[in-house]
Write a protein that binds this ligand. Structure first.
Ligand SMILES: C[S@@+](CC[C@H](N)C(=O)[O-])C[C@H]1O[C@@H](n2cnc3c(N)ncnc32)[C@H](O)[C@@H]1O
Length: 261
């Protein structure tokens, strides 16, 4: 029987891959890889390993998934190390658990190697914390795209301090309008991280109101952060003079940092 490794490749750059993921890749006989996985990461697999592209374009989710399952069935009977390589973390909008369940039904051994998710890793690298003492007590990672186009119930998430929205670029105008209607401050800062962790990375900061009025251009793939924590990015990239103490920097900005522990 084959052994399967469901691996998170991280958000882009090779050195954001975990050591465990690199080790499993280096022993792979077959690699089934997704659209957002770069060539540098694939090159960590042995030259002779079979590399099979199983990425899904928009609108081909279900056909694509059926093909992945067909590959699983075909490979499962052979004595192979099979790596299923996914962008980010396999358990964050990665269908990792569906694939694990399918392999479990086939009777295969499965090891899941987590990856750095774009939802947390990309903002972190820019200095945007999803939680910060006094500024954000919690966050939600939400899809901008319901199953088969079903609407997202934004009322469930609208009052969470920080929102990280994936797959939300094409619906950003409607989402921003809805969040404002549900009571979020129209002036609240937002940040889109487009093609994060790559040569093409672009960071766009704005506010909810401008997104709602269609004046913010963004291309997919992008992670969209909504919340006061975006102000940290603006501070960190504003070349603040070293003579200002961190306390002064905090006290005059919109973060309303309290003495909360
Ligand atoms: C199907 S989800 C997969 C998420 C992935 N499992 C993760 O943990 O990052 C794809 C979405 O993740 C986000 N994404 C993934 N990689 C990205 C990157 N390098 N730059 C910007 N957004 C990215 C985008 O919102 C994209 O539409």
């Amino acid at each position: 029987m084959a052994k399967f490794f469901i691996i998170g490749a991280g958000p882009g750059e090779t050195d954001l891959l975990t050591v465990r993921a690199a080790r499993a890749l280096s022993r792979a006989d077959v690699v089934l890889y997704d659209r957002l996985v770069g060539d540098d990461i694939l090159s960590l697999a042995p030259k002779l390993a079979r590399k099979i592209y199983v990425g899904k374009g928009s609108g081909e989710q279900e056909i694509g998934q059926a093909k992945i399952f067909e590959n699983f069935v075909r490979l499962s009977e052979q004595d192979l190390n099979v790596v299923r390589l996914k962008g980010g973390d396999p358990m964050i909008f990665g269908r990792g658990v569906e694939e694990w369940l399918f392999l479990h039904e086939l009777g295969c051994e499965v090891e899941l190697v987590p990856g750095v998710s774009s939802a947390t890793g990309l903002p972190a690298m820019l200095g945007i914390p999803l939680t910060a003492r006094g500024a954000s007590r919690g966050f939600a990672v939400v899809t901008g795209h319901g199953l088969a186009g079903a609407p997202i119930e934004w009322s469930k998430y609208s009052s969470v301090d920080t929102l990280a929205i994936l797959m939300g670029v094409s619906r950003r105008v409607e989402i921003a309008k809805e969040l404002i209607q549900l009571g979020r401050n129209p002036k609240e800062l937002v940040c889109f991280i487009e093609n994060g962790s790559s040569q093409q990375q672009k960071v766009i900061t704005s506010n909810l109101e401008k997104v709602a009025s269609q004046s913010v251009e963004v291309k997919a793939p992008a992670v969209w952060i909504i919340g006061n924590v975006v102000a940290f990015y603006e501070k960190l990239h504003a070349h603040v003079s070293l003579s200002e103490s961190p306390k002064e920097i905090f006290s005059e900005n919109i973060l309303q940092v309290s003495n909360e522990q």
